[in-house]
Ligand binder design. Structure first.
Ligand SMILES: Nc1ncnc2c1ncn2[C@@H]1O[C@H](COP(=O)(O)OP(=O)(O)OP(=O)(O)O)[C@@H](O)[C@H]1O
Length: 216
């Protein structure tokens, strides 16, 4: 069997040291696979993505993680991961082009990044907006730019938190197709909708831990 790209083992997490969100939870991500992350509201989908992205190192967190078989700390593998967060983290007074440039500089990428993001914006039908400040964008257009900025980053693991929420039906289909034609990278998509558009994805359904309280 293929070695996982990423493996998270025995994850236990609590925000407050009392209520457990995860209790000894483990899963692997294979190279090139798409995981559809589902489960009821409040079960921990966003929390899991934030933990993988190395953004929740506070709280009560224990785990073992492996990237390509090597033991890692999650904060140390941020550079291998690109994250479409639920709220687009864009600069509202800057244009789409300027926002792309900010992320290019932040991630120290060359000009090919710029072209790739622009191409994704074209595919999602919003490239005509790029010269305008993003505070003039509709919610869906803003989300498309955010998605393009994150997916344009050349990494092997993409995390997406409810990426379809503000998109119209056509754009949802285009995005689903775009993701599925990318066999190079792995995707973890937390979403309540559009699972049927990912027939080859593995569905990972989160459930509340049986043990409710942690001992820290
Ligand atoms: N910063 C925080 N501090 C304390 N508790 C939090 C915090 N963020 C989330 N929680 C709690 O952690 C649990 C998991 O929340 P999370 O947002 O990860 O769920 P989710 O599965 O993504 O939900 P949804 O489907 O509604 O988006 C919830 O009970 C939530 O109230």
């Amino acid at each position: 069997m293929d070695e996982p790209l990423f493996s998270l083992q025995n994850l236990t997490y609590s925000y407050d040291g009392k209520t457990l969100i995860f209790d000894q939870f483990s899963f692997d991500v294979l190279k090139g696979e798409t995981i559809f992350l589902t489960g009821p509201n409040g079960v921990g989908k966003t929390t899991l993505l934030q933990i993988i992205a190395g953004l929740l190192s506070n709280g009560h967190l224990t785990y073992r993680a492996y990237y390509k078989g090597n033991p890692v700390q999650l904060v140390a593998i941020r550079r291998y991961i690109s994250y479409v967060t639920a709220e687009p983290p864009l600069f509202s007074k800057l244009t789409g082009y300027e926002n792309i440039e900010c992320f290019r500089l932040l991630w120290r990428l060359d000009r090919t990044y710029y072209q790739k993001v622009e191409a994704i914006c074209h595919t999602l039908g919003m490239a005509d907006w790029l010269a305008l400040p993003v505070d003039q964008y509709s919610l869906g257009t803003l989300q498309k730019l955010h998605i393009a900025i994150a997916l344009g980053r050349p990494v092997e693991l993409y995390l997406m938190d409810e990426p379809f929420n503000s998109l119209d039906v056509t754009s949802r289909d285009i995005l689903a197709e775009w993701i599925q034609t990318d066999n190079r990278a792995s995707y973890i998509i937390a979403s309540h909708v559009h699972q049927d558009k990912f027939p080859s994805a593995r569905v990972l359904t989160l459930a509340r831990p049986v043990r409710k309280e942690g001992i820290w």
